[in-house]
Design a protein around this ligand. Structure first.
Ligand code: WT7
Length: 630
């Protein structure tokens, strides 16, 4: 549903520190935009040329709507570019991965060591009969073996499907069965806030009705009380790789071969298996890690996502390793044992790039300024955000408290389906809180009406991508119909499912999913917009709004609000908050009801499930809730 709707303008613009907004940087961005406009093929050819191909591609792109092929007939293996290329070119003893546990446990892998571990597991998988094209489900805690498992699959051309370790047996079973996984890799447990949460028992339940599963590989972390291994189908991880050779020739993969399947977080409807390819995905992940997150040789790079999400796939594992970076990874929960843990880790490990999510930022805001202020955060040079709109208050806090009003805040818009960043503010570009930024060089995005025509600045519309890009999903697993929908809803564009508005400078503000639009008395209201207005009130920590059917206005807006510590719920505060929304967005966007709550239902990736709030409000069945946290 696309209708005209004008949003507020006049957001404050932040100019980055002169040290990063130098002439050379700005010129480089301009040059890259121009090079892409002039010759998209040559542009992507140059990027792909920085990576190794065992057989050079014959052609950069073939576009046969809605299917694109990238780097046609090229052959490579992403792990050659993530590992061998560095081992053989001066990064052999460079630290690839630093892992920190919940306690003081630390594990460090150089590129050589990481390559060795990947090869041993790859050989182990082969010994179990896993080969090219087979699906392997990875259900692991955030430990180095999770990353190693992904790379080991890629090494032998097996297709991994990582399932976030917080999912339950039903959701896991659904994904194993949908993917037809032959092997599941898991661990005895994950640690969360000092508690052991069993994983293997979840897998045991999930594989009961999963006939495709032949083996379960179990990483035993607790060696004092090791879990029992059932010899019929289970094997011990280190028992398996113990006798395995330390090298394993990388399987030659065609550029178009699938690399992985990832089921989307499913805020709406049933999970879809998004498929990404070996060649195109690799080029997109590499390009954006270097040019959006600005990963350089001496960086200590920390993306706080679980590798089990797309953000983890592209920006914990593949992107930074393709770029030869040093990746920091931790199993620790942000607020355990206290809300200072993250900032102490930044200080201790000298993190230079921090890539996180608005939901985490807002949580830290609630704990106050003291925690970050106690730590030396001066190693940081780039801050980045992903997952939902970074509302101006969260932006400001991140910029001021963590970035000390000097660092760039890169708000990256993209999706599981896009595989890589699409719209963002690049390091050095002026930042506008509330706006993600502009399409990066290589991406042709627009805001359009139902017919696919661009709408003028200040008018809301559907966010679309007009041209294929290398890391676009190559399909929805066993669901061509669903894949085609993405490319046939609005003209021949890729429809992202988000509503957006552009300003006069071409900056995109994401105003919510199109399914998160509320139509109130003929006006389209984006939930994200109202929520942002609500959270701009100093007493509000978090907010979610839904449309509630109304005989006159079609819908009215109901808001669920979590207050910051120290605020007392009551009529007076309600009126103050409503006044704030009215001042921000106007009367049309005013909630008719406010309910103060202690928590909001969220997906495990941190997205508010408005659908659940709505179902509860209306007393109807919420449908699939497999992605709900707790
Ligand atoms: C949806 C994709 C891609 C990484 C994690 C989520 C929302 C994502 C932003 C942003 C506003 C954002 C969109 C998008 N989203 N990043 N920077 N600003 N909205 O992946 O689960 O596939 O969700 O997340 O609604 O469509 P995902």
């Amino acid at each position: 549903m696309v209708e005209e709707h004008t949003v507020m303008t006049g957001t404050r613009t932040y100019l980055p520190d002169p040290s990063i907004r130098d002439q050379a940087t700005m010129q480089e961005i301009e040059t890259r935009h121009r090079e892409f406009r002039d010759d998209p093929g040559a542009f992507w050819d140059r990027v792909a040329g920085e990576l190794e191909w065992s057989r050079p591609y014959a052609k950069v792109r073939e576009w046969n709507h809605p299917h694109a092929r990238w780097f046609i007939d090229g052959r490579t293996n992403i792990t050659r570019n993530c590992l061998d290329r560095h081992v053989n070119n001066g990064r052999r003893n460079k630290v690839a991965l630093i892992w920190k546990g919940e306690d003081d446990e630390e594990r460090v892998f150089t590129y050589r060591q990481l390559a060795r571990e990947v090869c041993r597991l790859a050989n182990g998988l082969k010994s179990l009969g896993v080969g090219k094209g087979d699906r392997v489900c990875i259900y692991m805690p955030v430990v180095p073996e999770q990353v190693i498992s992904m790379l080991a699959c890629a090494r032998i051309g097996a297709i991994h499907t990582v399932v976030f370790g917080g999912f339950g047996a039903g959701a896991l079973n659904h994904r194993i069965v949908s993917a037809g996984a032959k092997v599941v890799i898991t661990a005895d447990m994950t640690l969360r806030r000092g508690k052991r949460i069993p994983l293997k028992s979840v897998v045991e339940e999930a594989v009961v009705e999963a006939p495709s599963v032949e083996h379960v590989i179990v990483l035993r972390r607790d060696l004092e009380q090791p879990v029992e291994i059932h010899a019929e189908i289970e094997v011990d991880y280190y028992g398996l790789i113990g006798g395995m050779a330390r090298d394993c020739t990388a399987e030659e993969m065609d550029s178009a071969d699938p690399l992985f399947i990832l089921f989307t977080s499913g805020t709406t409807g049933a999970p879809k298996g998004i498929v990404h390819s070996c060649g195109g995905y690799m080029v997109g992940a590499y390009y954006t890690t270097k040019n959006v997150l600005d990963l350089k040789e001496n960086d200590v790079y920390w993306c706080t996502a679980d590798p089990g999400w797309i953000t983890g796939h592209t920006y914990v594992v593949y992107g930074p390793l393709l770029a030869g970076g040093t990746v920091f990874l931790t199993e620790a929960t942000p607020d355990f044992p206290d809300p200072g843990g993250w900032w102490r880790m930044v200080q201790e490990f000298g993190v230079t790039i921090l890539y996180t999510a608005p939901t985490a930022i807002r949580m830290f805001m609630r704990f106050g300024d003291d925690w970050p202020n106690r730590c030396d955060l001066s190693s940081l040079r780039v801050l980045a955000s992903v997952g939902e709109p970074l509302n101006p208050e969260a932006f400001e806090w991140f910029y001021r408290l963590i970035g000390k009003e000097k660092l760039p805040v890169v708000d990256t818009w993209w999706q599981t389906e896009t595989g890589m960043h699409m719209i963002t503010t690049l390091v050095g570009e002026p930042m506008k809180p509330g706006f993600a930024g502009k399409p990066i060089p290589g991406v042709v995005a627009d805001v359009v009406d139902k017919a696919g025509n661009s709408v003028p600045p200040g008018t809301a519309g559907a966010l679309v991508i007009r041209e294929p890009w290398p890391s676009m999903m190559c399909g929805v697993y066993q669901n061509e119909e669903r894949y085609r929908q993405y490319w046939s809803t609005i003209g021949t564009c890729y429809t992202a499912g988000d509503m957006a508005v552009k300003d006069k400078d071409g900056y995109f503000m994401i105003i919510g999913r199109s399914d998160d639009l509320i139509i109130v008395a003929g006006h389209n209201i984006g939930t994200a917009e109202v929520e942002s207005a609500l959270t701009s009130h100093k007493a509000v920590a978090e907010a979610a709004v839904i449309g509630k059917p109304d005989p006159v206005k079609a819908n009215i807006i109901k808001a669920f609000v979590i207050l910051r510590q120290g605020n007392v719920p009551g009529e007076k505060l309600k009126n103050e908050i409503l006044h704030q929304v009215r001042m921000n967005l106007g009367p049309v966007a005013m909630p008719s009801e406010i309910e103060f709550v202690d928590s909001l239902p969220k997906t495990r990736s941190g997205k508010i499930m408005r659908r659940l709030l709505k179902a509860k409000e209306m007393g109807i069945d919420p449908g699939d809730i497999s992605t709900l946290e707790d």
